[in-house]
Design a binder for this molecule. Sequence first.
Ligand SMILES: NC(=O)c1ccc[n+]([C@@H]2O[C@H](COP(=O)([O-])OP(=O)(O)OC[C@H]3O[C@@H](n4cnc5c(N)ncnc54)[C@H](OP(=O)(O)O)[C@@H]3O)[C@@H](O)[C@H]2O)c1
Length: 297
Amino acid sequence: MITATASLAARTVFRIGYGALQLERLHDRRGEAVALLRRAIELGVDHVDTAQFYGFGFANDVLREVLHPEDGVLVVTKVGADPNPGGDLPLRLAQRPEQLRASVEDNLRGLGLDRLAVVNLRRLDSGPGLRPEGDQVVDLDDQLAVMTALRDEGKIGAIGLSGITLDVLRRALPAGIVCVQNAYGLVSRGDEEVLRLCETEGIAWVPFFPLGGAIPGLPQVTDEPAVLAVAESLGVTPAQVGLAWLLHHAPNVLLIPGTANAVHLEANMAVSEITFDAATLATLGAIESRSNEVPIG
Ligand SMILES: NC(=O)c1ccc[n+]([C@@H]2O[C@H](COP(=O)([O-])OP(=O)(O)OC[C@H]3O[C@@H](n4cnc5c(N)ncnc54)[C@H](OP(=O)(O)O)[C@@H]3O)[C@@H](O)[C@H]2O)c1
């Protein structure tokens, strides 16, 4: 039996949260975005992942409208990139210490808060997407210095990391890390060692692209024949199999699947009810892991 809750930043949260990236697809349908987020909270979401660069501030703006302190929702945001309206890509890297500080201020304004509960330092040492170049290559210690200063000042409550290697996690541990977001899922399990170090250290593992993301070229859980077969035999959807496998895989895994679809949202929230027998877990565990180190943009 899997447990329903896990620890994140000294809070106990439901293991199925919501990733707000896909809200940007509802940019021109704000009412739908608001209704979707409200529905997520009704269904029990108490942990939402966001960024100021999701929809050029749109996701944070919707969170600001919907969430109230009495809801007790833990909002986790990130720094290391800024919105890039009019650019080739919707975001640009912002890794330098003064840029991290400015991005915290942007998130505070965007979310209408005076303190951010958890902020992930999005490093991009590993995983899909851009790699820092030139003045965007910044020493980890310089970044952690500003993150811990922001924590001391009370502007952020806790520090997480994203897109990191095992070595970077080891080096960052003394700063007090509460969560790690790397791209990881049933069909891309390359970061197993990072996950296991997080488990040993009591750090939440909050994978992004748990289904393979919405960007073409990444391995998709829903394309995997073994997943389709298990889904059919259990009467659930392939996406639900991928998410439920993550919950079974380690107790420190928290889910933040992204969706702009209310039916998918309900399906994702229901995966805590799915159990696998040992044979099914062995079948899923035998799926070949494929690289997600895909350039984006
Ligand atoms: N730290 C970082 O650098 C970083 C990077 C990327 C993302 N993130 C965070 O991680 C979260 C998750 O990543 P993601 O949203 O990119 O990818 P994801 O959760 O792996 O996949 C999202 C895609 O799956 C679809 N989907 C979701 N639920 C489904 C279901 N039940 N059945 C079928 N399809 C389903 C969505 O389409 P529909 O809208 O049609 O459901 C969307 O196309 C993001 O929302 C974001 O908060 C963090």
